[in-house]
Design a protein around this ligand. Structure first.
Ligand code: ADP
Ligand code: MG
Length: 675
């Protein structure tokens, strides 16, 4: 703004200058200034002039008598007057008046002739003859008159002298005035030029002023806009200030929170560091414990095996089924379960069966004597025993399969003695009646899950076949595979110990549900093969096989063993003394096949027990299929299922005798199939 204003001020200054410049001329050292000093002598000089005016008539007289000296200036009186006027204009009123007075007073001196002076004057009447003056000497007083004239002459002379001096003075003054006029003329032209220049400057300034005014207007508009903008900005600023305040409050709040968080963080960090240390310590401890646990697990397996060995690698459990509704109750004392050595709390291991000798009684006429047959087994389950109680006794054995020991569990007994009930369970969906197979599966899956925590990974593959009349059939066959081609027992590969059933399904299982489905399928397949005359399930061996494979990847350990759950064919014999019909002949053949395979099983166990060089596995499909799960490294459990009915006493005794023989067998130390 200053830069804009400054030219305007300059212009103003120029304009202001106008007056001082004009005024300045009056300040110039004009002759008037010298004239100012002059008036006193001038006035002094003029004073006699005034006085002379009063005696003009006398002067006029003098002029008549003696012509006056030539005028002071050669210039005509008009010219002198004009010059005087010009000077007067310049020198101001005071000086000009004095000057003009001098000139005026001089004028009549050279120019006025006697005649016009007589005509014109009224107040200064010339001393014309015939005009009387009051106080005049009488005409006769010539002496007086002469005296007066002399005085007058003397005075005139003095006056002439004074006038001459005055004249000289005036001439000097005139000269000075002329000089001054010249100077003033020069000055005037300079001033004119200056005036023109100033005017031009003024015009330019005017133009500049116009443009500046426009500019000012524009600036004013802009200022207005800017002011509006400033107002908006001020408003915005206010808003922003408020916002800033709010933000500052928020920042403070956040800072407070941050401080709290930082404090919490630092405490958390300390805690984390502490926890990390603890975790590291725990990890070390865990690793140590893992090692220890593994050691303990291996120790457990060893001890477990030792325990199983102490219990016997071949164990026999006797289970007597309850009397079913509609069946005759046996006479009291027919079956007795004497308590164990530790009293009634001790699980029974003994069983007494009383059999009346009918023939002897008939012959003597006396009541038939009874013969008591005592049997001792690893465990005896009386009729009231529940499925879970039974399983509890074999669960340890099932676990041996996970440890890598082949396990075989048989259910032996006559038809209707409860073999299928023991192995698969009772009819319906009652979980209480679940048999050994589903319970064993559940137990295996659960233990495998527990062992996974120690680094073990287990997989299970199930198969279910039946051996009827020395033919193998897949009970898990579905759809078109049913009845297609005979199943054969073959080695899994050349040089392999493992046996496999051709055309049979091997189904990987990982939960009970899958096993349940398989058992259901097997039951359906068995029912299809059944005929009215031939309840085939009783006449065939059902073999449920589960291949267990375990691996401890971290320690490079592997173990695998089969678990076999076998529901044997009914062990009852046919009365060979009876006449046989064609159907019964078939039945006899079936029975012979069953008996053969069961006796082969007995023979195999005997041979193993006696450590014979030849074990007749190949004598039956059953022993052939189970050869890897019998003998040295295997553990075997046989359930001998007994009917509680007196009418089955003969078969019961047969079963018990067979089982007793098996129970007496001791098969060499079992060895886990570890790799
Ligand atoms: P097997 O298979 O030896 O021929 P089952 O298992 O079919 O004999 O049993 C014959 C009958 O007796 C079936 O009706 C079965 O439900 C019943 N049964 C067998 N054992 C028991 C038991 N412990 N408790 C209740 N019922 C049983
Ligand atoms: Mg059965």
């Amino acid at each position: 703004m200053r830069s804009v204003r400054s030219p305007l001020l300059g212009v103003k200054g120029n304009i202001e200058l106008k007056t001082p410049l004009l005024k300045a001329s009056s300040r110039l050292p004009l002759p008037g200034s010298r004239l100012k000093r002059g008036p006193e002598p001038m006035e002094n000089a003029l004073e006699p002039v005034k006085k002379r005016t009063r005696v003009q008539g006398a002067a006029t007289k003098m002029n008549i008598s003696r012509p006056r000296a030539p005028p002071l200036s050669t210039a005509p009186p008009q010219q002198g007057q004009a010059a005087a006027q010009k000077v007067a204009k310049r020198t101001g009123p005071r000086c000009s008046t004095a000057f003009a007075t001098v000139l005026k007073n001089q004028k009549p001196v050279p120019a006025v002739p006697a005649v016009p002076a007589q005509k014109s004057g009224t107040s200064a009447a010339p001393p014309v003859a015939g005009v009387k003056k009051p106080g005049k000497r009488p005409a006769w007083d010539l002496k007086g008159q002469l005296c007066d004239l002399n005085v007058e002459l003397k005075r005139c002379r003095e006056k002439t002298q004074t006038l001459g001096q005055e004249n000289q003075q005036l001439r000097d003054q005139l000269k000075e005035a002329q000089q001054e006029a010249k100077t003033l003329g020069t000055e005037r032209s300079t001033l004119k030029e200056e005036l023109a220049r100033v005017q031009a400057q003024a015009e330019q300034s005017q133009q500049e002023l116009g443009s500046l005014s426009a500019h000012v207007l524009e600036l004013k508009e802009r200022l207005g806009t800017q002011e509006g903008l400033v107002q908006v900005l001020q408003k915005e600023q206010l808003e922003l200030q408020e916002e800033r305040k709010a933000l500052a409050t928020r920042v403070e709040e956040q800072e407070r929170r941050l401080q709290t968080s930082e404090a919490a963080l630092s405490s958390s960090q300390a805690e984390v560091a502490f926890l990390q240390q603890e975790t590291a310590a725990q990890a070390t401890l865990l690793a140590e414990r893992g090692d220890r646990l593994h050691g303990l697990e291996m120790e457990r397996r060893r001890l477990h095996n030792q325990l199983q060995e102490l219990k016997g690698n071949i164990r026999v459990f006797c289970r007597v089924r309850p009397v079913l509704s509609g069946e005759p109750s046996p006479s009291p004392g027919f079956l007795l379960f004497p308590p164990g050595p530790a009293g009634p709390s001790d699980p029974p291991t003994r069983l007494s069966l009383s059999r009346s000798d009918d023939r002897r009684g008939t012959l003597s006429g006396a009541p038939a004597p009874t013969t008591r047959h005592d049997f001792s087994f690893d465990r005896v389950f009386p009729p009231g025993s529940r499925q879970d109680e039974v399983f509890e006794e074999i669960s340890m054995l099932v676990q041996s399969a996970l440890d890598g020991y082949p396990v075989c569990i048989f259910a032996y007994g006559q038809t209707g003695s409860g073999k299928t009930f023991t192995m698969e369970g009772g009819p319906g969906e009652d979980p209480q009646l679940e048999g050994l197979i589903p319970r064993a599966m559940r137990h295996l899956f659960s233990v495998a899950q527990e062992l996974s925590g120690q680094g073990w990974t287990y997989s299970f593959v199930a198969s279910y076949v039946e051996i009827y009349n020395e033919t193998v059939r897949d009970l898990l066959a579905t759809g078109t595979r049913k009845g297609q081609g005979a199943c054969e027992i073959r080695r899994a590969g050349p040089g392999s110990e493992e046996l496999t059933v051709t055309n049979a399904r091997y189904v990987p299982v990982s939960c009970e549900k899958e096993v349940e489905t398989l058992l259901h399928l097997a039951r359906q397949n068995r029912a299809v093969a059944q005929t009215a005359q031939n309840e085939r399930s009783s006449r065939s061996h059902s073999v449920f096989q589960l291949q267990i494979s375990g691996e401890h990847a971290a320690r490079g350990l592997q173990c695998g063993a089969p678990l076999n759950l076998v529901d044997l064919a009914g062990s009852e014999r046919l009365d060979s003394g009876l006449a046989l019909g064609p159907g019964e002949r078939d039945r006899l053949r079936e029975t012979q096949a069953i008996n053969s395979s069961l006796s082969t099983l007995g023979l195999v166990i005997m041979a193993l027990s006696n450590k014979e060089s030849h074990v007749p596995y190949r004598n039956s499909k059953l022993t052939y299929l189970l050869q890897n799960s019998l003998g040295g490294s295997a553990k075997m459990l046989m359930f001998v299922n007994i009917s509680p009915l007196e009418e089955n006493v003969s078969e019961s005794l047969n079963s018990l005798r067979f089982a007793s023989k098996v129970n007496q067998c001791v098969i060499g130390t079992a060895q886990a199939n570890k790799k």
